[in-house]
Design a protein around this ligand. Structure first.
Ligand code: MG
Length: 207
């Protein structure tokens, strides 16, 4: 019903929005926009916006005003794969300018909400790092996540659901289910693509 789908090569904004506040905004290039798969790409050198301190610390959540500062993404090129209905995204992370993966990063987050600029998600703080050859994995930012749970940002039930989503992704990885078995490691960006920049209305909040 009137959903606007983006084309490969389009420039969009992938943002972190939660508790009625904007936490970060990353300009990205659309690789794919389909009902069950969003694929976005951003590279080292991309200018983006983020909070001065680490994203969703407890202090920041109790602060009324969030100041976003200019940042430059460095070190890695990222292919983000997400089923927009699911509570995580999978990031194929490569050393800048290289093909071979450094790791597969699982970002636990809300389902993606389509906006006039791109997509918004809310980060759940807890993440998973999977070895590039799928030989192992570990939780990341568990302490920060526990801190948010203690602060009441996530209820006991929500915290449990977030962890269970992570465990579900690990089982998918071990079974080489999508997106892990899809051959994305071989994907390379078009040479014609340029690095997208923040649009003038990057901070606008929608509904
Ligand atoms: Mg995260």
């Amino acid at each position: 019903m009137g959903t606007h789908f983006w084309k490969p090569g389009d420039h969009v904004l992938h943002r972190g929005v939660g508790f009625s506040r904007l936490w970060w905004a990353m300009p990205a290039t659309v690789v794919q926009d389909a009902p069950e798969r969003i694929a976005l790409y951003w590279v080292a050198g991309t200018q983006w916006k983020a909070v001065r301190q680490h994203a969703t610390s407890r202090d920041l959540l109790t602060t009324k005003k969030v100041d976003l500062v200019d940042r430059v993404w460095t070190g890695t090129d990222v292919l983000m794969l997400k089923n927009p209905q699911e509570a995580h995204s999978v990031w194929l992370m490569r050393e800048a300018g290289q093909i071979r993966p450094i790791c597969w990063y699982v970002n636990l987050e809300t389902a993606a909400r389509r906006t006039p600029l791109g997509w918004d998600v809310m980060d759940y703080e807890l993440d998973i790092v999977i070895h590039p050859d799928f030989s192992g994995w570990e939780w990341k930012d568990e302490d920060a996540f526990k801190g948010l749970c203690r602060a009441g940002v996530f209820s006991k039930e929500e915290a449990q659901a977030i962890r269970q989503e992570g465990e579900r992704v690990i089982r998918k990885m071990q079974a080489k289910e999508s997106p892990f078995g899809d051959g994305w490691e071989k994907w390379i960006p078009s040479l014609e693509w340029t690095i997208p920049v923040l649009p003038p209305d990057w901070a606008a909040l929608f509904g």
